[in-house]
Ligand binder design. Structure first.
Ligand code: NAD
Length: 363
C-alpha cells in the first residue's frame, strides 16, 4: 500500500483530481490517498493558501499528486507552487513531451524529456526594484567591484535580478538527468546553456555538465546553446532525447516542447527532490471552467502515470498510459479541446473521459 497526498487544488483542480484518482485506482495499485487542501478557497478560511498540515502530509508521505492552484493576485502571497517546490527542496522539474496519435499537432513522433533545475538561476527570487535605495547601493557596489564592465544606466532607473548558478546545484541536476536517462532507457542527454555570453554562470553549468557526463559512458552527451536549441527543436525534434537546463531556459523550453506535442491539455510534470516528489500537470487552474465538468483530465492523469513509475509500479504505469493513448487515438470519448472543432457537440465531460480510460484499463 502506497501513501500519497492528494492536493485537490482549486478552479478545475477538484474535478481533474477526482478523475485522476479514479483512473489510478482502476490500475489496481493500492494507494491510501491523503486528501489535503491548498489554494484560494482554503485561504479564505485558513488565512494561507498552503496550510502547514498540507505541507506536513507531503513531508510524511513523500509523494503527492497535486491539481492546479490559482496564484492569488495582490494578496502578498507568492506562488504556492513556487513555495511548495522551495520548502520541499524539489530541485528537479521533469516534463516528458510525447506525441500521442489523435492529439492535433504539427509534429509526429516527438518524444522528449525536459529536466529543469528548479531552485537557482534568475528564479531564485533575488531581485532589486528600480528606485529602491538597495538597488542604487548594489549598482554602485557592482561598479566599484567590476574592473571592466559597468552598469551604465541610472542608479534610480535600473532594476536588477540576480542569477546565481552553483557547482553543487548544477552537479545535482545534471546527475539527476543522467540517472533518469539510465533508468528510463534513454540514449542521450543534451545540456543547454548560453555559456558563450554568461561565462561565470552558464559557463560553470557547461563545465560541470561535462564533468558529470564523464561518469556516464553508457549515455551519449552533447551541449547546445539555448537559442540554437530552440531552432533545432522546431526543425528536427527527433534528434533530441533528454535535455537538462537551468531554471529559466527550462521554463521556456518546457512550453515550447508542450507546443510540439499538442499543448497544455496533454503535458504532465513531476517535481522531484531528495525527500519527496510532487506530480502535477503543466497547466493551471483555468478558473473560467471551474465546476463545469468540461476540461481535459489527461495532463494530470499522465502526471499520475509518472507517479506510478516513481513508486516502482511500472506495469500499472504502462497500462494507464496505453489506456489514455487508446482513448485519445479513438477520438470519441474526449473533451472539447481534443475535437477538431471546439464546439463539437459529441465532446464528453472530464468525468466521462475518465470513465472511458477506466473502461479501457479494465477491458
Ligand atoms: P491555465 O493553464 O489555467 O489556463 C489557460 C487556458 O488553457 C484555459 O483558459 C484553457 O483554455 C486552457 N486549459 C488549461 N488547462 C486545460 C485543460 N485541462 N483542459 C482544457 N483546456 C485547458 O493558465 P492561466 O489562465 O494563465 O492561469 C490560471 C491560474 O492558474 C493562475 O492563477 C496561475 O497562477 C495558475 N497556475 C497554476 C499552476 C499550478 O498549479 N501548477 C500552473 C500554471 C498556472
Amino acid at each position: 500500500m502506497h501513501k500519497v497526498t492528494l492536493i485537490t487544488g482549486d478552479g478545475i483542480g477538484p474535478e481533474i483530481a477526482e478523475a485522476t484518482r479514479r483512473c489510478i485506482d482502476a490500475t489496481g495499485v493500492k494507494i491510501a490517498w491523503d486528501p489535503q487542501e491548498a489554494g484560494v478557497e482554503v485561504m479564505e478560511r485558513a488565512g494561507t493558501p498552503m496550510p502547514e498540515r498540507t505541507l506536513e502530509s507531503v513531508r510524511r508521505n513523500k509523494v503527492a499528486l497535486k491539481a492546479p492552484i490559482t496564484t492569488p493576485v495582490g494578496t502578498g502571497f507568492r506562488s504556492v507552487n513556487v513555495y511548495l517546490r522551495q520548502s520541499l527542496h524539489l530541485y528537479a522539474c521533469v516534463r516528458p513531451c510525447k506525441s500521442y496519435v489523435g492529439v492535433r499537432s504539427r509534429y509526429e513522433n516527438v518524444d522528449l524529456v525536459i529536466v529543469r533545475e528548479n531552485t537557482e538561476d534568475l528564479y531564485a527570487g533575488v531581485e532589486f526594484a528600480r528606485g529602491e535605495p538597495a538597488a542604487a547601493e548594489l549598482i554602485g557596489h557592482i561598479n566599484r567591484l567590476s574592473t571592466d564592465r559597468k552598469v551604465r544606466t541610472g542608479e534610480k532607473t535600473t532594476g536588477v535580478s540576480i542569477k546565481p548558478i552553483s557547482i553543487e546545484g548544477t552537479e545535482r541536476i545534471v546527475t539527476y538527468a543522467f540517472e533518469y536517462a539510465r533508468a528510463n532507457g534513454r540514449r542521450k542527454v543534451t545540456s543547454v546553456h548560453k555559456a558563450n555570453i554568461m561565462k561565470h554562470t552558464d559557463g560553470l553549468w557547461l563545465e560541470v555538465s561535462r564533468e558529470v557526463a564523464k561518469r556516464y559512458t553508457d549515455i551519449e552527451f552533447e551541449d547546445r546553446i539555448v537559442d540554437n536549441m530552440c531552432m533545432q527543436l522546431v526543425q528536427k525534434p527527433e534528434l533530441y532525447d533528454v535535455m537538462v537546463l537551468p531554471n529559466l531556459y527550462g521554463d521556456i523550453l518546457s512550453d515550447l516542447c508542450a507546443g510540439l506535442v499538442g499543448g497544455l491539455g496533454v503535458a504532465p510534470g513531476a517535481n522531484i527532490g531528495d525527500d519527496g516528489a510532487v506530480f502535477e500537470a503543466t497547466h493551471g487552474s483555468a478558473p473560467k471552467y471551474k465546476g463545469q465538468n468540461k476540461v481535459n483530465p489527461v495532463a494530470l492523469i499522465l502526471s499520475g502515470m509518472l507517479m506510478l513509475r516513481h513508486l516502482g509500479e511500472r506495469d500499472a504505469a504502462d497500462r494507464l498510459e496505453q489506456a489514455v493513448a487508446d482513448v485519445i487515438a479513438e477520438g470519441k470519448s474526449v473533451t472539447y479541446d481534443m475535437k477538431p472543432n471546439r464546439d463539437d457537440p459529441t465532446a464528453v465531460g472530464t468525468s466521462q473521459m475518465a470513465d472511458a480510460i477506466i473502461a479501457r484499463l479494465k477491458g
